[in-house]
Design a protein around this ligand. Structure first.
Ligand code: GDP
Ligand code: CA
Length: 338
């Protein structure tokens, strides 16, 4: 077991999260709070750019991954979707020849989407729906969608069937094409007209600490930052803002961050992502950045960009190892500028 550094846990922590990477990180935050006996509250602002309408249902992959993970309903092997899932509805849809066949829609999961869509149809905003779903899952955090407005990330690709360039939903790029087709741009459609969800700006402004977990810097955190107003309050908050690299040894730990960083022309390295976020003192969004021990050589480069940096083990192998990462983030937040 990894012993976490002894730190005073801030009373109010806000995390900007994607799905699997963010959810696992938040498990470490909760573990640290539990073991330290602190009375801290955690607010999670979740990416909704992955959201998609399928078969008349609103599906929110990152919100659900956070909710199921923290509510002990996740399939831990897969990292997404419900544990003990069955796939009868998906098979039946396929038997009718209904597209898309590539999206993993489980039977248990389907109930969540049915409840959500019914509530949306009845006029409730996504934030209220999320709160209602969390009554069941009790994630132990306040879970806020980044926006109640419809935002869908699209990727311009060369269609492998037709050879033509076209924009597809991020889910089609990610799941159907496994991020392996030539891609040219990533656009969170609807973001520029969207408003932050209720409580989102306050959660950043009033926090004692804001953490960017190792979530995908482009299609998870990047999309949250694309909602007008969020980047501005991150820059202005009195709370320190500390990030954790999801890139270790110049590649992502899980997922396909390397591919999407390539699309936006950002170097796939811990230092490259730190520079992409930028120092708050220089118009960016972070004050501190944790890199893995294998990337210790990049600490100097990151500090030269005005960002406090430290190299510590960043593998979320279990909740205690992740809690130790969170303790390092808290400690770094309280340290002096380089
Ligand atoms: P998604 O929405 O399900 O893709 O999940 P996120 O965007 O929240 O997180 C995905 C990112 O988490 C990927 O870019 C991974 O590199 C990163 N990640 C996953 N597991 C680990 C880990 O154990 N350590 C670190 N440092 N990063 C991780
Ligand atoms: Ca996601």
């Amino acid at each position: 077991m990894t012993a976490a550094r002894s730190v005073t846990v801030p009373a109010s922590i806000t995390v900007l999260s994607g799905g699997v990477g963010g959810a696992r990180f938040i498990q470490g935050v909760l573990r640290l709070i539990e073991t330290s006996g602190a009375a801290a509250e955690v607010t999670v602002i979740a990416n909704t750019g992955d959201d998609i309408w399928l078969h008349g249902l609103k599906i929110c992959p990152d919100l659900d991954t956070v909710m199921y993970t923290l509510g002990n309903g996740i399939d831990t092997e897969r990292g997404w979707g419900r544990v003990e899932e069955t796939w009868h509805a998906k098979e039946e849809l396929a038997a009718y020849g209904v597209e898309p066949a590539w999206f993993g829609l489980g039977d248990r999961d389907l109930a969540t989407h049915l409840v959500r869509t019914q509530m949306l149809d009845a006029g409730y905003p996504l934030s209220a729906v999320t709160e209602a779903l969390c009554h069941r899952w009790k994630p132990g955090v306040r879970l806020l969608p980044m926006s109640d407005d419809r935002i869908e990330t699209h990727v311009a690709i060369d269609d492998p069937d037709t050879g033509e360039r076209r924009a597809v939903h991020f889910q089609e790029y990610w799941i159907r094409h496994q991020a392996s087709v030539p891609a040219y741009s990533v656009v969170p459609i609807g973001a520029t007209e969207a408003k932050p969800g209720p409580g989102v700006l306050e959660a950043i402004t009033d926090a004692d600490l804001v953490i960017l977990p190792p979530s995908n810097p482009v299609v998870s955190v990047g999309t949250i930052l694309a909602v007008p107003g969020i980047r501005e309050v991150l820059r202005a908050t009195k709370a320190p803002v500390v990030g954790v690299s999801g890139i270790v040894g110049d590649d992502h730990v899980r997922g396909m961050a390397r591919q999407v960083l390539g699309i936006i022309g950002v170097e796939c390295s811990a230092a490259g992502v730190a520079e992409h976020y930028g120092a708050r003192s220089a118009g960016g969004v972070i004050d501190g950045w944790l890199v893995d021990t294998v990337d210790a050589g990049s600490v100097e480069r990151i500090e030269a960009a005005g960002i406090r940096a430290r190299a510590v083990p960043l593998m979320m192998t279990d909740h205690d190892a992740t809690a130790a990462m969170v303790a390092e983030a808290i400690d770094l937040a309280g340290s002096r500028a380089p």
